[in-house]
Write a protein that binds this ligand. Structure first.
Ligand code: SF4
Length: 331
């Protein structure tokens, strides 16, 4: 369920969402992805129930500014491609997050930041406003404080909600950053609280509210998750993967992944390594193309340790497609 304060056209990335090749007619693949998802760090201060990070054995680290610059240089040669700071950690924990934003915006790259919101200070918010960062997306969970704290173990609901309000006040009438709030819910949470009330509470403070389905499938073997599996509403129907036609993932150490679902940079899920491999080389390379053949044009999900747990594409994108068919952001 996706609701905009001022319509989908107000979204700085509507130019992507309304492009030919976004979610339909995407094969053959574009010469370069719509999105390059770049991981500032895989450190995080939380221990969320649904997150594959809790199973990750990958060393922790931070994106080097020189590596980031090289990524931005290549992206800047591909007008229209946007960068998202995301990955398996909290981007605002990167000690140079403001500098990373500056390096991207100096090259006029459309930039979106995903954050759990806890480390957003007034000074950093002012810097993001000054740099013209395009979109700041806060991640929530559930539809109220109790649901949030159940899912986001170790978090601080008051801190997050205060910071969202602070961001909104400081941005004021400036156009950027566009402010997005994304939450996801288990079936039980939908029964306990009203998504419409949640949207009404936040729309106006932020510009866009999205309510998604919590996906526990990637962590379904963990003891604390197993008892909850019956509560998730994300389905278990496999579908053709569209992610491998839309975006490329770059981890903090330069590993280039097929998609954002692999918290560990498994060799079976890796398209190359930047800068030895260019982004374009990896995107159009044989490993990525073989992955498209396996899961994008067929249902060979069992062949990959990551894909065999992946069901999220089908329900989620079917929902978005249904919204688009109805002519906009309203469900
Ligand atoms: S099917 Fe595989 S490649 Fe596609 S999104 Fe799922 S895990 Fe990623």
């Amino acid at each position: 369920m996706l609701t905009y304060l001022n319509g989908p056209e107000s979204d700085p990335f509507n130019y992507i969402y309304s492009s030919k090749g976004w979610l339909s007619d995407y094969d053959p693949p574009r010469p370069f992805p719509f999105w390059v998802n770049l991981e500032p760090t895989n450190h995080c201060q939380l221990d969320c129930l649904f997150c594959s990070r809790q199973k990750s054995r990958r060393p922790k680290g931070f994106l080097d500014l020189a590596l980031a610059e090289a990524v931005f240089d290549e992206v800047a040669r591909e007008p229209g491609t946007a960068v998202r700071f995301t990955g398996w950690g909290e981007p605002l924990l990167h000690p140079g997050i403001g500098d990373l934003c500056e390096l991207a915006k100096k090259r006029s790259i459309p930039l979106k930041i995903y954050t759990n919101g806890l480390r957003l200070s007034p000074a950093l918010m002012d810097r993001l406003i000054g740099l013209g960062v395009d979109d700041l997306q806060f991640s929530m969970q559930g539809l109220n404080e109790a649901q949030y704290l159940f899912n986001r173990v170790g978090s601080d609901y008051r801190k997050l909600t205060d910071n969202i309000r602070m961001a909104s006040e400081r941005r004021g009438r400036e156009k950027k950053p566009f402010l997005s709030l994304l939450t996801s819910v288990l079936e039980r949470e939908l029964a306990e609280a009203c998504p419409r009330e949640f949207t009404d509470e936040w729309l106006g403070i932020v510009d866009k509210v999205a309510i998604d389905l919590t996906n526990l499938n990637f962590v379904s073997d963990l003891p604390r998750v197993k008892p909850l599996l019956g509560l998730q509403s994300a389905g278990l129907r496999r579908g053709l993967c569209v992610d491998v036609f839309l975006a490329l993932e770059v981890k903090y150490d330069g590993a280039i992944g097929f998609c954002g679902q692999d918290a560990d940079s498994l060799d079976e899920h890796t398209a190359g390594r930047f800068p030895a491999d260019s982004l374009k080389g990896a995107w159009l390379g044989s490993r990525m193309e073989a992955q498209r053949e396996r899961v994008g044009r067929g249902l060979g999900h069992e062949s990959s340790p990551v894909c065999r747990r992946c069901y999220h594409n089908t329900d989620k994108y079917d929902t978005f497609k249904a919204m688009a068919a109805k002519g906009g952001g309203k469900p």
